[in-house]
Each structure stands twice: as structure tokens, then as C-alpha cells.
Unconditional design. Structure first.
Length: 454
């Protein structure tokens, strides 16, 4: 489907936007290894320790293709390599049957080369940063002294630490309170964000209803790629911004659930207020533009915009979710419907979020065929994404996207599990919101795995 869409796009002519063409290639791989140990030191005190190692690499054959002015940029090979090690220590202490404290700390260490352009493709046994070289532009026409060189690739070494504590208190059988906080420190950005949460759960005696109110304050750290995304696509030169800061959010949620004879129905409503958002350079907003005119050569040819990713803009997200879950001797089934609206509260951003599907439906069931064997089919259906002004050849693929999935799990012993997971079993060609234009989603995917629990 990718190639067929690309061929249609090429036959219809090239526009100065990202499109899907046969020459584009994307491959990556990741490996995660985790070890965990838990021990009950005393009756009220339980301690757990874990270490996780993660390695991610983009295949050197990966290549972006920018159709610009009727020609193709075919030498924009991409490469990225990153590894991280995370240590986590957590303790849970039951002071009484009504009060439980949980606290812990994490330390993470990173070695990352964010995704970068390597002309001709990376040779992984050599210095990738040196291979990438620099992207050069000139700020004044015909003035060689106005030359600026920006490294296409950057290697980053940084660390992150955090500490957190949470208290769960149940003053009465019907009332439960939860409060917690976490502080993070990272050598890659200046912020030291504080995340907090508070929950109140009330389940009156003799009632089938449960009420829940929740507040949370959190953050999203800027990925290294956003700050070091250097490229020339024929329209703009995007340069670095190592000073990106965290994205912040506050959420308010309330829900009511009803339970009876294995059936639970829940209705939730929420408001999420986001600030200091990441505005990628591709958006070409006024906040992204550093200079209206720079040049790709000293003589003054190759006029470009000079852009970068920045923080800016605010959004408010409001939504409602209704779900039902049924448990029976043969297994379980579930269904949910959600609707969401996103409105910008800042003139920096568009008034709505392009590519949003305002309505979403999910259906599924787990059928316990035997004690050791279960099958879980599921279906997800979305309404047609809104606000996409340039769908190109993917217009029909945006209409009511859906995906049929299924998984099979076999557990011969309590410690061993074999599973087969299938996603998009009908190989439905559908598209959802992409970075700038719609992006085709993966076709049929099958995953086979083994899980062991010690």
C-alpha cells in the first residue's frame, strides 16, 4: 500500500510537502533487558529493586525523501543510536490497615545520538558525528563571512534522577484518599519539575455506585531529537535549540461507576490544560522562524527560512468516556466510547488539533477456551480525523479508520506463557494524524513471544 500510494502521488505531480514515495525507507530496532527483585523484609515492609537497559538504533539504510520543486532529495539518509540504563529502588510500608506509604528513587544514564541526517548513509563502525559533517548557511547574500556551520549530528551524554513518595489513607471503609509527589532532575534541561497527584474515592456502604475525583500535575521532557533536528528540505533550514524546556499539564477528572453481578459501567469526564508545548520547526509558525531569509551558498542562492523547534502555546482538552466491562465464567467482554475536543487557548496555535478523531469506539472480549488457553479479539473504530487540509492520496484512507486485532495466550505452567498477537488482521489500509500530513498506519503485524515469571 505504501508503494501504491507513493506511485499515485508521483504520477499526480509533486508538491512542496511530505509525501509517501517508493524511495523512502524506514527501519529501526530496539532491545530491552530488565531484571527485578522483590523481597518482604518485614511483615509491613516490602522492597523492590530493578535495572533496565535499553538500546535503540535506526538502520543506516533509512532515508527521507522531500519532494520539492519537482525534484526529490534522495540523499537524506537518517541514523540514530541511543542506550540507557535505569536503576530503580522502591519501598512500600504499611503503617496500619488504613495507611500505606510508598517511596522510591530512580537514576538513569543516557548515551544518545538523536536522529540525524548522514549524507550517503552512516558507517556504524566509524564516528557518525564526523561523518555527518555540518549544514552550512549564510545570513547575508554574497558575504562569505556570514557563514554559519551547524553540526548535522550530535552525541549527548546525560543523566536523570528522581524521587517520589505517595500516601494512601482510608479513614473510613467508604472513603479513600491518595496523595503523592515526585521531583525530577535532568542534566539535559534546566527545569526541575514537580509532579503531584491527589485522589478521592467514595463508595457508600450498601450502594453499587463509586465516586472518584482526581487531580494531577505532570510534565513531558523534550526528546533529544526535537532540540537537535537539523535539516534542509529546500524550503527551510531547521537548526538546533538545546534550550527546550519541559511541557506541562494539569488534569482534572471525575468519574462515577456502577457495579452489579459481574457488570461494571463507568462514566468519566476530564479537563486537561497543557502549556509550554513543543512547536516543531516543520510547523513554520511565527514562533519557529528565526530569520525570514538565509542562503544555502555564499553567492546568495538557495534562499531559505531559518527555523527551529521552540516552546510555546497552550491547549485545553475536554473529553467524556463511557465504558462497560462484563465478567462471566467463559471470560470477559468490554466496550467503550469516548469523545474529545481540543481547543487552543493561544494565538500561537491553530484553534483545533488537526488530525483529531473526536469519536472513538472500542469493543473486545477474552474467551477462556480452556484453563491454560485464552483468545482475545478486539476492534477499534475512529471517526474521520478532522482539520486535515492536505490529505493528498490518503484522503480515502482517513474515512472512518478501524483496526481488527486478536491475541492468543497459552499458559502451560504458572511461570511460563506463550503468546501470539495479531494487529490489523484484515490488513486495512488506513491513515491517522502524522507530523504534518496524514501518515499511513502499519499493515498486518504478527508477534510471537515467550514470557517467564520467576
Amino acid at each position: 500500500w505504501y508503494r501504491e500510494s507513493a506511485r499515485s502521488s508521483a504520477e499526480g505531480g509533486l508538491a512542496p510537502v511530505l509525501q509517501f514515495v517508493p524511495q523512502s525507507v524506514w527501519r529501526d530496532r530496539s532491545l530491552v533487558v530488565e531484571g527485578r527483585h522483590e523481597s518482604q523484609l518485614t511483615a509491613p515492609l516490602r522492597v523492590s529493586s530493578s535495572i533496565t537497559w535499553n538500546r535503540y538504533e535506526v538502520d543506516p539504510e533509512t532515508r527521507y525523501v522531500f519532494p520539492v520543486s519537482g525534484s526529490l532529495f534522495l540523499n537524506d539518509f537518517k541514523y540514530a543510536l541511543g542506550s540507557s540504563t535505569t536503576l530503580k529502588q522502591e519501598a512500600r510500608y504499611e503503617l496500619s490497615s488504613r495507611l500505606t506509604l510508598t517511596g522510591g528513587a530512580t537514576a538513569s544514564f543516557y548515551e544518545v545520538t538523536p536522529k540525524a541526517t548522514i549524507p550517503g548513509g552512516a558507517r556504524t563502525n566509524d564516528d557518525v558525528v564526523q561523518q555527518a559533517g555540518v549544514l552550512t548557511y549564510y545570513t547575508r547574500r554574497g558575504d562569505a563571512s556570514s557563514r554559519v556551520d551547524v553540526p548535522r549530528a550530535t552525541h549527548l551524554s546525560y543523566r536523570g534522577t528522581s524521587g517520589y513518595v505517595q500516601a494512601r489513607f482510608q479513614p473510613t471503609r467508604a472513603l479513600q484518599l491518595l496523595a503523592g509527589g515526585r521531583v525530577d532532575d535532568n542534566t539535559r534541561f534546566r527545569d526541575t519539575p514537580l509532579s503531584t497527584r491527589a485522589d478521592v474515592v467514595y463508595a457508600p456502604d450498601g450502594s453499587r455506585l463509586t465516586y472518584h475525583l482526581a487531580y494531577a500535575q505532570g510534565f513531558v521532557a523534550p526528546g533529544p531529537y526535537y532540540g537537535y533536528n537539523v535539516y534542509d528540505n529546500g524550503l527551510q533550514i531547521n537548526t538546533v535549540n538545546p534550550d527546550l524546556q519541559t511541557q506541562r499539564a494539569r488534569s482534572y477528572e471525575g468519574n462515577v461507576s456502577w457495579r452489579s453481578n459481574g457488570l461494571q459501567v463507568t462514566t468519566s469526564a476530564y479537563v486537561n490544560r497543557q502549556s509550554n508545548l513543543f512547536l516543531i520547526g516543520d510547523l513554520l509558525l511565527s514562533a519557529n522562524i528565526i530569520a525570514r531569509t538565509v542562503f544555502s551558498d555564499a553567492a546568495g542562492g538557495g534562499q531559505r527560512l531559518l527555523t527551529r523547534t521552540v516552546n510555546g502555546g497552550e491547549r485545553t482538552v475536554r473529553g467524556v468516556d463511557v465504558s462497560a466491562h462484563l465478567v462471566r465464567s467463559w471470560g470477559s467482554a468490554w466496550a467503550s466510547y469516548s469523545t474529545v475536543a481540543v481547543v487552543s487557548s493561544s494565538s500561537v496555535l491553530d484553534s483545533t488539533l488537526a488530525g483529531l478523531s473526536p469519536h472513538n469506539l472500542r469493543l473486545g472480549a477474552t474467551l477462556q477456551l480452556r484453563r491454560t488457553l485464552s483468545v482475545t479479539p478486539s476492534l477499534t473504530v475512529r471517526s474521520t480525523p478532522q482539520g486535515i487540509t492536505n490529505p493528498g492520496v490518503l484522503a480515502s484512507a482517513l474515512e472512518t479508520p478501524y483496526e481488527l486485532n486478536a491475541s492468543v495466550r497459552y499458559t502451560p505452567t504458572p511461570r511460563w506463557a506463550l503468546f501470539l498477537q495479531g494487529r490489523n488482521l484484515t490488513d486495512h489500509a488506513y491513515a491517522l494524524r502524522g507530523l504534518l500530513t496524514p501518515a499511513p498506519q502499519e499493515g498486518r503485524v504478527l508477534v510471537v513471544g515467550v514470557r517467564m515469571t520467576q
